[in-house]
Design a binder for this molecule. Structure first.
Ligand code: HEC
Ligand code: HEC
Length: 290
């Protein structure tokens, strides 16, 4: 990436200037080639805060297998064990009180009665809905709840207007989150995604999604991000992947860009969905895909 190499270059320039200033100031003993001035310092890379982390900011790997237990115990009552939004509590859910008029009149002891508005739990099989939500936003929803809906907060605090449920650990919330990502696909669809991926994508992206396919080094020579094992197209870069929604990934495959070829017209919509859901599986633990 040009910004990356540019940054490294300007860092190198700064070092040269610093070295020159130092050398000028400490005459006559110091030479520019003295030990420690030979640019062997560690590269000045940004330290990323892990987005997927435990309570002590240590990185964790979400686990869909354990996520099923968390989901069945905490979420299925509303979302249903099959994730279709039809759990036993679903028909009774209404928007929590957020009626400003009722609040204000309430201060004066006046009660206004309005019909309650139903709050329908999300159907996780609904692709149109799920493909515009990143895993990071889903996690935020589970953590903070969603204001003015029946979706409760499972994090340590509820956001303004949201209900509070029992607190689940960061790991549990991530686990339920990735389990939920599997409702939009099926084991057969994931196998199909894997087959397409291994035939057409793994040569560059690597069988494990880490960018280490046979043509990986060729890509890394052109892209700063690939040479650092992160960023677009490195599906094991969890920080990056949790910020990409299904539509982003689909468009990247259709459009291509840089060394990435365009696959427009080369795959059916269904095949695209299969491969997108398969790509996501590189960042979390899941049952084996045949
Ligand atoms: C009390 C019922 C209830 C429980 C329990 C519940 N949810 Fe929800 N959830 C809802 C409702 C209602 C919505 C829809 C909110 C809206 O209308 O925007 C929702 C929405 C969501 C969304 C955002 C929509 C989407 O398409 O991704 C996510 C994510 C979610 N729930 C995950 C969970 C998880 C994970 C759990 C368990 C840890 C859980 N929910 C437990 C009622 C519930
Ligand atoms: C010739 C090598 C090559 C092949 C083949 C290839 N890719 Fe890529 N792909 C790349 C490179 C390199 C990038 C990063 C582009 C960049 O940083 O601009 C990339 C980026 C992507 C991205 C963008 C990720 C994002 O978040 O923006 C997706 C998704 C993707 N590839 C999926 C696929 C799929 C699916 C296939 C197979 C159907 C495939 N690629 C085939 C090299 C390849």
């Amino acid at each position: 990436m040009p910004t990356g190499s540019g940054r490294t270059r300007s860092a190198a320039m700064l070092l040269v200037i610093a070295a020159a200033v130092l050398a000028a100031g400490c005459q006559p003993q110091t030479s520019l080639r003295g030990p420690g001035l030979d640019l062997a310092l560690p590269p000045t890379e940004e330290v990323e805060t892990p987005l997927v982390a435990d309570e002590n900011d240590r990185p964790i790997v979400p686990d869909a297998v354990h996520g099923k237990q968390v989901f069945d115990a905490n979420c299925a009552v509303c979302h249903g064990t099959d994730g279709r939004g039809n759990g036993p509590m679903a028909p009774t859910l209404v928007e929590p009180q957020h009626d400003v008029l009722a609040l204000v009149t309430g201060l004066f002891g006046i009660t206004v009665h309005r019909p309650t508005v139903p709050s329908k739990p999300a159907d996780f099989h609904n692709r149109d809905l799920e493909s515009v939500i990143t895993p990071a936003i889903m996690y935020q929803t589970v953590t903070n709840g969603r204001a003015y809906t029946a979706m409760p907060a499972f994090g340590p605090e509820a956001s303004f207007g949201a209900n509070k449920a029992q607190t689940l650990s960061n790991q549990d919330r991530w686990d339920a989150n990735v389990y939920e990502m599997m409702f939009r696909t099926t084991p057969q669809a994931l196998s199909e995604g894997k087959r397409i991926y291994e035939a057409q994508c793994a040569q560059c992206h690597g069988t494990n999604g880490d960018g280490k396919g046979p043509r990986g080094p060729e890509m890394a020579a052109q892209l700063w991000s690939w040479s650092h094992g992160k960023g677009p197209g490195i599906f094991t870069d969890i920080n990056y992947m949790v910020q990409r929604n299904g539509a982003d990934l689909t468009n990247a495959i259709l459009d291509g860009g840089g060394p990435m070829p365009s696959f427009r017209g080369k795959m059916s919509a269904e095949q695209l969905n299969d491969v997108v859901d398969y790509i996501y599986t590189f960042f979390y633990k899941h049952p084996p895909i045949k």
